[in-house]
Design a protein around this ligand. Structure first.
Ligand code: KIV
Ligand code: ZN
Length: 504
């Protein structure tokens, strides 16, 4: 096992700087408690100078008696630092920009003036007995010699942690390693930390590079929220450092997912489905090959056990689905189809997948039930050969059906108030001489939302003697599903009549 790495969570500070996010005091406290349960080492609770509410929230979190150290952010200015100190935090994270771009255009300071301010700020905070973390804002665009001088100066002044912020996310792993090694030369006993933004999608990679080069703390946010493209995502950095690199952290990884959900719910920031670790699809399998592999041995296609991050694996049906996956999915719903029925269910799922439809659990349940409830092929008296329906504005809905009855094929056309009505009447007409069927009940339900929802049609049919049978069929086309349900009902009715010796 490699060295212990400290996790500094800034969800409540940099994360809250996500455009559009603003948390109430109570919400911040709720997240802080969850982060503490998760096991982060430091919680950056906020930036107290920004508002009275923010100050109160930091103060409240500091008084919660959490295991994590509570930290507040402050600029290298007395007013900020006093506000942070008054919030009773364990650590103050003080920063001043050091890159020439920031010095010239934002702070209007010379390098020497910024250097002096940094030293004075650290000395001031240390004289108040708190832990001090110092950030040279925009460190990755700062002249390396000047950066080294600043960090050497703040170490001398008593800084406990030297944070290297990649403020605008322009660093890359090789450069981050170089910077951290450079800072290490002057760090003495101070811990080196990295704070990476994700403008080029490299925040986690840069964080890892920093740790590999000798940093022992990293800043991160839950779900990677934060300014612009966000910060390094806590869950990704933790899992990669732990599983791929073997570093030790205090995080209870099983609470990662519930923490992610809480932060998403309270901040209103949606998690993309393909987000690593916590996205909905992170442990979902559709393709038949993958599903088969995972059922046999999860590690074939799962580099992380879902339970390890508090998630569950799931299988979904679609055009890539295979027998094994659908069988497992059905079994988890308590449905055990015969091999023959399973084949038909899989074919129907693939057919829907080819139409671009995602088959939900509810859809699969309906498909399976309609297939399992089907009259066996050798017992079917009637089957659909052809079906055409014409409908439209100022057009009388007309349906034509060709039905196979034994070895013969019969056809009929009928009009109706709508395409379903016309179709039902055409079927009744075809079978008029064989079995007189009336439709006693017809119910249509959309299983999932959207105009491509799978429709479930339930019918109850009755013959002249009062024998009844019902059937349920699910399909993407309402009219066709209605026709299939009607024929299914008729097949069941004929079978029932045979068993009851009716019409012999
Ligand atoms: O990105 C940044 O530079 C920051 C500092 C306040 C450390 O968030
Ligand atoms: Zn930041």
């Amino acid at each position: 096992m490699k060295d212990r790495v400290y996790v500094f969570d800034t969800t409540l500070r940099d994360g809250e700087q996500t455009p559009g996010v603003s948390l109430t005091v109570d919400e911040k406290v709720q997240i802080a408690r969850q982060l503490d349960k998760l096991g982060v080492d430091v919680i950056e609770a906020g930036f107290p100078i920004t508002s009275e509410g923010e100050y109160q929230a930091v103060k409240k979190i500091a008084r919660e008696g959490l295991n994590a150290k509570i930290c507040a952010l402050a600029r290298a200015a007395k007013v900020d630092m006093d506000k942070a100190l008054n919030a009773d935090v364990d650590r103050v994270h003080v920063f001043i920009a050091t890159s020439d771009i920031h010095l010239k255009h934002k702070l209007k300071l010379t390098r020497e003036q910024a250097y002096q301010k940094a030293i004075e700020a650290v000395e001031y905070l240390k004289s108040h007995g708190v832990e001090v973390e110092f950030s040279a804002e925009d460190a990755t665009r700062t002249d390396p010699n000047f950066l080294k001088k600043v960090y050497a100066g703040v170490v001398e002044a008593g800084a406990d942690v030297l944070d290297v912020p990649d403020t605008v996310g322009v660093c890359y792993p090789e450069k981050m390693k170089e910077i951290v090694r450079n800072v290490k030369e002057v760090a003495r006993n101070a811990i080196i930390s990295v704070h990476c933004h994700n403008d080029f999608g490299l925040a986690v990679a840069n964080t890892i590079a920093g740790i590999v080069a000798g940093a022992r703390q990293f800043h991160a946010t839950v779900n990677g929220i934060g300014e612009r493209a966000g910060n390094a995502s806590l869950e990704e950095a933790v899992m990669a450092l732990k599983i791929l690199y073997g570093y030790e952290m205090k995080i209870n990884t099983e609470l990662i997912y519930e923490t992610s959900r809480l932060v998403s719910r309270l901040t209103g920031i949606y998690i993309q489905p393909n987000k690593a670790i916590v996205g909905d699809n992170a442990f979902g399998h559709e393709s038949g090959i993958h599903t088969h592999g995972v059922i046999e041995e999860p590690s074939t296609y799962e580099p992380i056990r879902p339970e390890m991050v508090g998630k569950k694996r799931w299988f979904t049906a679609g055009k890539h689905a295979g027998m094994h996956g659908i069988k497992a999915q059905l079994e988890s719903m308590g449905i055990k189809p015969t091999p023959e029925q399973l084949k038909v269910i899989v074919a129907k799922v693939k057919e829907l997948g080819d139409m671009g439809k995602m088959v939900t659990d509810a859809d699969l349940f309906a498909i399976a039930n309609s297939v399992i409830g089907r009259v066996k092929s050798e017992e079917r008296a009637v089957d659909l050969e052809e079906f055409v329906v014409v409908t439209g504005y100022k057009v009388m809905p007309t349906a034509s059906v060709k039905i196979k009855l034994g070895k013969d094929i019969y056809s009929a056309s009928q009009t109706g108030v709508g395409p379903v009505d016309a179709a039902m009447k055409a079927i009744q007409e075809v079978l008029r001489d064989k079995v007189k069927v009336s439709l006693k009940e017809y119910r249509l339900e959309a299983i999932t939302g959207g105009s491509d929802a799978l429709a479930e049609v339930t019918v109850k049919v009755e013959d002249a003697e009062g024998t009844q049978a019902s059937a349920r069929v699910a399909g993407p086309d309402i009219v066709l599903a209605s026709v299939e349900a009607m024929l299914e009902g008729i097949n069941k009715l004929i079978l029932k009549r045979k068993h009851l010796n009716i019409g012999k």
